[in-house]
Design a protein around this ligand. Structure first.
Ligand SMILES: Cc1ncc(COP(=O)(O)O)c(C=O)c1O
Length: 388
């Protein structure tokens, strides 16, 4: 048995470290989910969630992982055979597309290819939508921050591309690893359904997910014909108006959400985004200082919440991660899908500060050296220069 002292460094890009305040808030007796105290909690929570999504509209909360909220976005709004446009930005975009196919949507005709180093391309979107003159494409799915690659797509530019050709498709955006970490504005950016999860920027354990819903998406939900029951928005929205849910909610996770939202409000969202951007910049400085390459290939698309690092030829990222876990008790993200073994991912999101980052990067630097990787030692120092 390996003896562990101090805290484990959980530096995967989610689930993230849960703040002590949030853990304490969840360690409270479960209450009657049909009683007055719970109704008050629900109403407070639903109000406090809106600014985080940047919306004045409804936010539907599910006791489910993010995958459930992906499904909810699709089944509430679409009908069998509807065409769904997607971009192959990485592993999660591919999984969402596969889900759409599995639900009986046409997810293949408009699957735009990608190299997993760039975000969704606004020009390719405009071109494809302009060619769809009879408006057969019903929805555009974008992963805002690709957790598998550390690339953040430019949602306002994608929205502008849709508007430029006057196409009526709904815009669905997955913010599972960006909400509460990277600037995001559901209403202002004209998003129809925003998909989010609890376990990353919201600093909660996994188990809650969300759909922020526009008026247009709500209208589409009245005629959508994909089979759905649990995921239907309207019964949740109706029950929420009375401070309730149409099923037994995840009461203690909601206590945690209440506290996490308070923390984000205290810090101020602008400061939260700036903190993440600064830690991301320091991490990139470290990667370059080691003489390694950041996977994201476009300066405009660097992720604020994680950095994916390419391994030099002939070196296995999983071996490096194993050394770091065994020697320094730190978990880093693995390469997913076609990036397996080729990248490791440093999560720098959620409950995080300068010294957590310095410790994380020190662990990576020592791990690189112990693994005999051909790296330079300037990485950590370069990051500290940014933090100073
Ligand atoms: C961008 C993105 N989308 C979707 C998912 C799937 O969410 P979950 O694993 O919570 O079901 C993840 C999970 O990490 C993700 O990062």
């Amino acid at each position: 048995m390996t003896l562990r002292t101090g805290r484990h460094f959980l530096q995967i890009p989610g689930p993230t470290n849960v703040p002590d305040r949030v853990l304490r808030a969840m360690a409270a007796p479960t209450i009657d989910h049909r009683g007055p105290e719970f109704a008050e909690l629900t109403k407070r929570l639903l109000g406090a969630l809106k600014p985080v999504f940047g919306t004045a509209g409804p936010v539907v909360v599910y006791p489910a992982s993010g995958t459930g909220a992906w499904e909810a976005a699709l089944v509430n709004t679409l009908s069998p055979g509807d065409r769904v446009l997607s971009f192959e930005t990485g592993h999660f975009a591919v999984l969402w597309r596969e889900m759409a196919r599995g639900l009986g949507l046409d997810a293949d005709t408009d699957a735009l290819p990608g190299d997993w180093r760039h975000g969704a391309d606004p020009e390719a979107l405009a071109e494809r939508l302009a060619a769809d003159t009879d408006h057969r494409i019903k929805a555009v799915c974008v992963v805002h921050n690709e957790t598998s690659t550390g690339v953040t797509s430019r949602i306002p530019e994608l929205r502008a591309a849709i508007d430029a050709v006057g196409h009526p498709a709904l815009l669905f955006v997955d913010t599972i690893s960006s909400l509460g970490s990277i600037d995001y504005r559901h209403d202002e950016w004209g998003v129809d359904v925003t998909v989010a999860g609890s376990q990353k920027g919201l600093m909660l354990p996994p188990g809650l997910s969300f759909n922020a819903v526009s008026d247009k998406a709500l209208a589409a939900s009245r005629t959508a014909r994909l089979p759905a029951s649990f995921w239907r928005w309207q019964p949740v929205i109706d029950a929420n108006a009375k401070g309730a849910f149409p099923y037994t909610p995840a009461t203690n996770l909601l206590y945690g959400l209440d506290e996490a939202l308070r923390m984000l409000e205290e810090e101020g969202l602008e400061n939260v985004f700036a903190r993440h951007a600064r830690h991301a910049a320091a991490t990139r400085a470290a990667v370059r200082g080691w003489g390694l390459e950041v996977l994201c290939a476009d300066e405009r698309e660097h992720s604020g919440s994680l950095t994916a690092v390419l391994m030099p030829e002939g070196h296995d990222a999983d071996k490096l991660r194993k050394v770091i876990l065994e020697r320094f008790d730190m978990s880093l993200g693995s390469g997913l899908g076609r990036l397996a073994g080729r990248v490791f991912r440093i999560g720098h999101l959620g409950n995080f500060n300068d010294l957590t980052l310095a410790g994380t990067l020190a662990g990576v630097q020592m791990g690189l050296e112990l693994s005999g990787m051909p790296v330079q030692r300037r990485g950590l120092e370069a990051a500290l220069d940014v933090l100073r």
